[in-house]
Design a binder for this molecule. Structure first.
Ligand code: NI
Length: 220
């Protein structure tokens, strides 16, 4: 499953994050890649230990906290601090899959937050090989996509301008994607019922079922 989060950042948050990144120092992204990914990774990444990056990470963390859609979809147990990547003209990240574990966190889901206006660069699409067909994703600045970290994916070569993104990984409370889908569907159903009829008994019963399934399936 893939989830689009439109306007994950407010315009003010986006502007602030981008102006922080302008002041940040970037290095070769291959330094943080696994052995196989290193061969296909050609981008720049902001050095982790610098005050402007701490501030940018704070903005990201705030946006995560405020986003119900994100929480309902990812059921996050842990969200890693984001990496900020820059692809200049000619840069790309070939087909790869993400490491299963990152610093003790299991990567169930990956997230890409787009920070550059799509008309300011050509190429640079995120391509995710889903079960059905490749999905080609290029979003408005401030919007994000959450997808399975176990998928094979790539970033197409940037042929004009510069593509800047924040990427992170999430350990979900519910490890199994099929079980997670059931919880996500139930949440949607409960929300739809409550929108029609706030005191619906059926919604209450479904909430009980959802909570009981979470008790069965959730890691802590
Ligand atoms: Ni990746």
């Amino acid at each position: 499953m893939i989830k689009l989060l439109e306007k994950f950042l407010t315009d003010a948050q986006l502007q602030e994050m981008n102006s922080l990144l302008e002041k940040a120092a970037f290095t070769d992204g291959a330094l943080t890649a696994g052995v196989a990914a290193r061969r296909v990774k050609n981008n720049l990444q902001a050095k982790r230990t610098q005050p402007v990056i701490d501030q940018a990470r704070e903005i990201f963390a705030k946006a995560v906290m405020q986003n119900t859609e994100f929480r309902d979809f990812a059921l996050p147990l842990q969200v890693l601090p984001p990496l900020f990547s820059r692809y200049e003209t000619g840069m790309c990240y070939g087909d790869h899959t993400d490491n299963a574990m990152m610093g003790g966190t299991r990567t169930d889901l990956a997230m890409t937050l787009f920070l550059s206006a799509p008309d300011s660069y050509d190429g640079g699409e995120l391509v995710i090989n889903t079960d059905h067909e490749p999905r080609c994703i290029k979003l408005a600045a401030g919007s994000a996509i959450v997808y399975s970290a176990s998928s094979i994916h790539r970033v197409e070569t940037v042929t004009r301008g510069q593509r800047q993104v924040a990427v992170t990984w999430i350990q979900s409370m519910v490890r199994d994607a099929g079980q997670r889908e059931i919880i996500i569907d139930l949440t949607q159903l409960i929300n739809a019922m409550r929108a029609k009829q706030p005191d619906a008994q059926e919604a209450l019963l479904l909430s009980k079922t959802r909570a009981n399934l979470l008790r069965m399936w959730a890691d802590t």
